[in-house]
Design a protein around this ligand. Structure first.
Ligand code: AHR
Length: 647
């Protein structure tokens, strides 16, 4: 096929085209990107997932552990705690936590803390040990701060705190563990408990070193892998997580901020309780540290059971969302919520340019809940935001493709979870959008095999090569219309291999960082996301049209020319002869061609347990021939980017 890329025409693209979406699913937050190692660190519970001692075991036969709801809890948010008593048989008592199914132990700094209440003057020992052999890889003595009866100064036991005293420590193992089958242990001399007294512990925390050294931050290997995608936005906090299972169990932003001891957590919608340690402020810090534009989704009165807020009660729901945005963006000196943000260590307001109203309002409680969204829920938000924050782009949670007529100046959100064939068939879909139909692709992935049952059928076990090429076609289709598409993101991003609900994710992980796996789709999204077209350019094709080659072309803001293509449904390689109009690219000009190909089997995937990456990447330098033509061939089922060298 002969392609001529014109030097004029086309459109400016969205400056934030490729991004990320995060919700806590598959233990992607707790037990995922959130670098906390302790599972069930504060015994948080809900009606759905009552408080329990999951993850905790006694370290000796003489230790008795019990879950207690004390009259003097650590905080109202954390009413349950761990009671540790001595049965009088052992010298040492204590408890172990096996983490999110193991812990990575290396010679590095682990930052820990715990609250304890009771009487104990000798030190505590915090250690990292093998769960199999008991081998200790590192330990630290933590002097007891209990029993200091003065009311002032460091180490004081403050009776206003109900006797709870926080202890901090740094633990540096002397050696690395051979595998991740490890536990964190706090132990102490039982002697002082022999008179029948006991100690109460809560909020027992141990952090890996974090991305950009943020306290309460992100796991480095996962964050750095996401950074490789060259993302420009973060859609937060979900996803179904935002909605909650029932009308009172949604993601309440103001319960995810402030000291960890004041966060009650929430019943997650993916079968586990959430700590919300990765809360609103941590999401914004993630944006700061990765230079991402936040797309903040606010709760809009719908829960996953289909319940929704009556029109007469919308005022409070809308006000809560306005408060959330004031918390993020309000002036610290003159606004109530801006002052709260400042008190939490962030005097400088963040900038929020995008707010999404709910999540997938076209789905839960259909059709009546969706009718309520169209009739009054969305409009209530749109009016309020246009009045108070006219510079914010409001995004409806359905798109025009979900049967929603979206009132200007709002945008929509489109979530295709499809088969690769469907992505190819829908190539022209975005050509129909007008500039009035700005659309975010807030979630997308190939999840079903061709011929499989779409939407309701079982998901594939992992992203697979043929599915990833389908996504490339879809992304190329979107990039061709990147003046109407706000951005695109894969979802869900992460899956803990020990507990997951949704198999097809961009990456997989476990406690052992060796299991952090970039899927076939990761490689495709990374390639496309790292060549940023700032302006699309029209292409004229001779002797052929779209399919089996799918393409988009444009110019970067560095002055290079970019051509992105995918080959799908072809039995033979596709020869391409590509020319960029104008004098900049003439005979002898050079370009880098990066091509991703996969194995014969289109269903092959990157298996975290074999470490085999089925995606083959080749990079070559092409030299333009007569007339500035770059000539190359692309294999069936391949994804390629050509970028000219220099400006
Ligand atoms: O990405 C998984 C789920 O798919 C999201 O929570 C939801 O928005 C969508 O239905």
């Amino acid at each position: 096929i002969d392609l001529l890329v014109h030097s004029t025409g086309g459109n400016a693209t969205s400056p934030i085209f490729y991004g990320l979406m995060h919700e806590d699913i598959n233990n992607s937050g707790d037990g995922g990107i959130y670098a906390e190692l302790i599972r069930n660190r504060a015994f948080q519970g809900s009606a759905e997932f009552p408080s329990n001692l999951d993850g905790w075991t006694p370290v000796s036969n003489g230790t008795k552990l019990a879950l207690k709801k004390l009259a003097t809890p650590l905080s109202n948010a954390l009413p349950y705690s761990l009671n540790v008593a001595s049965l009088g048989k052992e010298i040492v008592v204590g408890f172990a936590n096996d983490g999110f199914w193991g812990m990575d132990v290396k010679v590095q700094n682990y930052t820990g803390s715990f609250y304890v209440r009771g009487s104990h003057r000798k030190p505590f020992t915090a250690s990292l040990q093998s769960s199999l052999t008991g081998e200790v890889f590192g330990s630290v003595e933590v002097p007891s701060r209990l029993g200091c009866h003065s009311h002032a100064g460091a180490g004081a036991q403050n009776h206003a705190d109900g006797g709870w005293v926080q202890h901090h420590f740094t633990l540096v193992p002397e050696k690395a563990a051979p595998n991740s089958n490890n536990s964190f242990v706090i132990s102490f001399d039982a002697a002082e408990l022999r008179n029948g007294s006991s100690l109460d512990f809560n909020l027992i925390s141990l952090f890996l070193p974090t991305y950009k050294n943020r306290p309460n931050g992100l796991r480095i290997d996962i964050a750095e892998a996401l950074e490789e995608l060259n993302p420009k936005f973060l859609r937060l906090p979900g996803g179904n997580m935002l909605e909650g299972n029932t009308i009172n169990a949604y993601w309440k932003w103001n319960e995810t901020i402030g000291p960890l001891k004041d966060r009650p957590g929430m019943a997650g919608v993916w079968d586990y309780q959430l700590t919300t340690g990765l809360g609103l402020v941590e999401y914004m810090e993630w944006c700061d540290d990765m230079n991402l534009e936040p797309i903040v989704a606010v709760w809009d009165g719908l829960s996953l059971d289909g319940a929704y807020t009556a029109e007469s009660e919308m005022g409070a729901v809308v006000q809560d969302a306005l408060d959330e945005i004031e918390f993020l963006t309000g002036d610290a000196a003159t606004t109530k919520w801006g002052a709260v943000r400042a008190s939490l260590g962030h005097p400088k307001p963040w900038t929020v340019k995008y707010v999404e109203i709910g999540n997938e309002d076209w789905l839960a409680g259909r059709p009546t809940a969706y009718d309520s969204y169209k009739a009054y829920r969305f409009q209530a938000f749109l009016t309020a935001f246009n009045n108070k924050y006219p510079d914010i782009q409001v995004i409806a949670s359905p798109s025009v493709f979900d049967g929603m007529v979206i009132p200007a100046p709002a945008a929509g959100d489109y979530h295709p979870y499809l088969t690769p064939d469907e992505f190819a068939l829908n190539f022209g879909r975005f050509d129909q959008l007008s500039r009035q139909n700005l659309t975010l692709i807030g979630e997308a992935a190939s999840v079903h095999p061709n011929g499989g049952i779409a939407w309701d059928g079982n998901l594939m076990p992992f992203p697979w090569w043929g599915g990833s090429v389908g996504e490339a076609i879809f992304l190329i289709a979107a990039e061709r219309n990147a003046d109407k598409i706000i951005g695109a993101t894969y979802a869900p991003g992460l899956r803990n291999l020990n507990r997951w609900q949704w198999s097809v994710t961009l990456m997989q992980h476990a406690a052992d960082p060796a299991l952090t796996t970039k899927s076939t789709s990761f490689h495709v999204w990374k390639l496309l996301g790292n060549h940023v077209i700032a302006k699309t350019l029209p292409v004229t094709a001779k002797n052929g049209g779209i399919g089996p080659l799918y393409w988009v072309a444009g110019a970067s803001d560095k002055g290079t020319n970019i051509f992105k293509a995918a080959v799908y449904n072809s039995t033979a390689p596709v020869p391409v002869s590509l020319r960029f109009e104008g004098t900049a690219v003439s005979k002898g000009a050079t370009a880098t061609l990066t091509v991703l190909t996969g194995p014969q089997d289109p269903y092959a995937f990157n298996d975290p347990f074999t470490h085999v990456n089925v995606v083959n990447e080749t990079k070559s330098t092409l030299v333009a021939g007569e007339g500035g033509v770059f000539a190359f061939e692309l294999e069936p089922l391949s994804v390629a980017v050509l970028e000219t060298t220099g400006g």
